[in-house]
Design a protein around this ligand. Structure first.
Ligand SMILES: Nc1ncnc2c1ncn2[C@@H]1O[C@H](COP(=O)(O)OP(=O)(O)OP(=O)(O)O)[C@@H](O)[C@H]1O
Ligand SMILES: [Mg+2]
Ligand SMILES: [Zn+2]
Length: 240
C-alpha cells in the first residue's frame, strides 16, 4: 500500500530552537531544529533524524487520538479468544496487505483500540494517519462555516490513512458528509479503517461491498473487555 511520507510544514510556528543539546549541530541543513526553509515557501521538515523526530511529534499531536488513549497500541492489545481475526487483520492492514478494513462486532471488545493502534503505529512509522470518532467529528462539522467544513471534508477524504471510529450519523446531511469522505477515499483507493458495533446488516450495503473490494470486513467476536475488567476489579475488592 503506498503510504505518503512526504514532509510538509508544521501546523504551528516554531521557535526554531535546536532539538539537541549544546555542542556543534549534527545537521548542517537545519542546525538541529528539524526544520529547513526553502525559498519563501515556509518551513518544512528536514531530512535528518531531528526532522523525523519533529515530524513524528507534530503528526502525533494532529492524528486525533486522544491523549488518554495513546497507550492503546497494537502491542498492548491482548490476543484474547474471539479477537484473533480482528488483530490479524489490523496487522495485515498495517503491513499494507489491505487498503480498507471494517471492524464490526459487539461493544467493548477492542475495535476502537485496534483502530487507534493502527493509527499510532503508522504515525510512528512516518505516515500521516488520522483517527476520528465519527460522533464528535460530525459535531465539529456541524459547528463549522460552510467553507471550513468543505475544507475539513476534503482533508479527511485525502489524508494518507483515515480511521473512522464508531460509524454513525443522525441526519440526512450528516449521512452525506460521511458518504462524501468515504466516496472520496474510495475513488482514490485511499486507505480507510472503519469500526462499528452495529449489526453489519445496518451498515449500508454499498459501503460494506466496497470494503470487500478494497479489503475486508471482519467480525470481532471477543467479549466485552470493559465488563471483564470491571468484574476482575470487583473480585479483587475486599468484601464488606
Ligand atoms: N484485547 C484487548 N487487549 C487489551 N485491551 C483491550 C482489549 N480489548 C479491549 N481492550 C480495552 O478495553 C477498552 C474498550 O475497548 P474499545 O473501546 O476498543 O472497545 P470497542 O470494541 O471499540 O467498543 P464499542 O463498540 O463500545 O465502541 C479499551 O480501554 C481497550 O483498550
Ligand atoms: Mg469503539
Ligand atoms: Zn536537519
Amino acid at each position: 500500500m503506498p503510504r505518503n511520507t512526504r514532509s510538509r510544514p508544521p501546523a504551528e510556528p516554531t521557535t526554531g530552537e535546536p532539538a539537541t543539546g549544546p555542542g556543534p549541530p549534527q545537521c548542517g541543513v537545519c542546525r538541529d531544529t528539524g526544520l529547513e526553509y526553502v525559498g519563501d515557501r515556509g518551513p518544512r521538515f528536514c531530512d535528518c533524524p531531528q526532522g523525523e523526530a519533529r515530524r513524528r511529534a507534530v503528526w502525533l499531536r494532529e492524528c486525533g487520538v486522544p491523549r488518554a488513549r495513546r497507550g492503546e497500541t497494537l502491542v498492548a492489545f491482548q490476543a484474547l479468544p474471539g479477537t484473533w481475526k480482528a488483530l490479524a487483520a489490523a496487522r495485515e492492514f498495517l503491513a499494507g496487505g489491505l487498503r480498507w478494513l471494517l471492524l464490526y462486532g459487539p461493544s467493548g471488545n477492542g475495535k476502537s483500540h485496534l483502530a487507534i493502534g493502527i493509527t499510532l503505529a503508522l504515525v510512528e512509522a512516518g505516515t500521516q494517519a488520522r483517527w476520528a470518532n465519527t460522533f464528535t467529528l460530525l459535531s465539529d462539522l456541524r459547528g463549522l462555516p460552510d467553507q471550513a467544513r468543505a475544507g475539513m471534508l476534503l482533508e479527511l477524504g485525502s489524508v494518507s490513512v483515515l480511521a473512522l471510529d464508531e460509524l454513525v450519523w443522525g441526519t440526512d446531511l450528516e449521512a452525506r458528509w460521511v458518504e462524501e469522505i468515504i466516496t472520496r477515499r474510495y475513488l482514490e483507493k485511499m486507505p480507510l479503517v472503519v469500526t462499528t458495533n452495529r449489526d453489519i446488516k445496518e451498515v449500508p450495503a454499498p459501503i460494506v461491498s466496497r470494503f470487500y473490494e478494497l479489503g475486508r470486513a471482519v467480525l470481532n467476536q471477543g467479549r466485552d473487555y470493559r465488563k471483564e475488567r470491571a468484574g476482575a476489579w470487583n473480585l479483587n475488592k475486599p468484601k464488606p
